[in-house]
Design a protein around this ligand. Structure first.
Ligand code: CP
Length: 305
């Protein structure tokens, strides 16, 4: 039985296969409409979500399966003090596969160790968000035609932004990928990514504070919101929350074919006037999230069509 905790749980070859499957699902949705007949997905979300939970549910419904679960810790027996280990042992009796989001780093890993069914990490604290990474990879691959030979700008809250950490881990495995890390001093990438991932693998990167200094060099700009829920005090959040706002004027500095991605939700960091720019692909990205989650469910349940 396989779980998904980090994008590195799949080899590059396995990732390519999964992205190929997701592309086939996008092109031929009817072919997969009954692939999961009789199967159940449990979505156990201890932290708020719109896209991840609902795209998982849409993915299982599109495959002909059913969904059950909870959308907050308060509406589960976690509110009475039940451990994750006990919860997953029980969920294993009710469902065939589980997607779990939790505010604590490592929670999904703990669950996987006691689970009788595959567990998918749907975001654990500030640590990893592998299915967002699969979504991001599919978006870049589908719209750029490649995952290597590019310069990616990651902008915003690089300290707490788990999608950024997962994406860097995944992209360093492709050839000639360079990063420009754009953040204020307080929200710089953690040393376990800078030193243990980027430097340890001799990946080219630079750290800058001004978005304008990076724009013209980028093939992809990955915007992120400042993660209010992970700040220790509100004052710091308020001071930093509008540090970056991507506007039409800033987009004029970018290449004609640069893509703007954002895992969403957006707060203020991309002005709504940018939404009409054909390079702004963050809503398309959310759609790709359904296809990759369909492909992931099929892969972990070892269902071939
Ligand atoms: N991108 C993402 O994880 O969005 P949600 O928090 O709405 O699931």
């Amino acid at each position: 039985m396989r779980h998904l905790m980090s994008p590195l749980d799949f080899s590059v070859e396995e990732l390519d296969q999964l992205l190929e499957l997701a592309s086939d699902i996008e092109k031929n949705p009817k072919k997969y409409a009954h692939a999961c007949d009789g199967k159940k997905l449990a979505t156990c979300f201890y932290e708020p979500s719109t896209r991840t939970r609902l795209s998982f549910e849409a993915a299982m419904l599109n495959l002909g399966g059913s969904v059950l679960g909870f959308a907050s810790a308060d509406s589960s027996s976690a509110a009475k003090g039940e451990s994750i280990s006990d919860t997953i042992r029980v969920i294993s009796c009710y469902a065939d596969i589980c997607a779990m989001r939790h505010p604590k780093e490592g929670a999904a890993l703990v669950a996987s160790q006691k689970s009788g069914i595959p567990v998918i990490n749907a975001g654990d604290g500030g640590h990893q968000h592998p299915t967002q990474t699969l979504t991001d990879l599919m978006t870049i691959r589908s719209l750029k035609g490649r995952l290597g030979n590019m310069t990616i700008g990651l902008c915003g809250d690089l300290k707490f932004g788990r999608t950024v950490h997962s994406l860097i881990n995944a992209l360093i495995r492709y050839e000639n990928v360079k990063f420009i890390l754009i953040s204020p001093e307080e929200l710089r990438i953690p040393s376990y990514i800078r030193d243990d991932v980027l430097r340890a693998n001799n990946i080219e990167f630079e750290e800058v504070e001004r978005l304008e200094d990076a724009m013209e060099k980028l093939d992809v700009l990955y915007m992120t919101r400042v993660q209010r829920e992970r700040f220790f005090n509100e004052e710091d959040y308020i001071r930093l929350k509008d540090f970056y706002i991507l506007t039409k004027e800033k987009m004029e500095l970018a290449r004609e074919d640069m893509l703007v991605l954002h895992p969403l939700p957006r707060v203020n960091e991309i002005s709504v006037e940018v939404d009409d720019d054909p390079r702004a692909v963050y809503f398309k990205q959310a759609q790709y999230g359904v296809y990759v989650r369909m492909a992931l469910i099929l892969t972990l349940l070892e269902i071939t069509v």
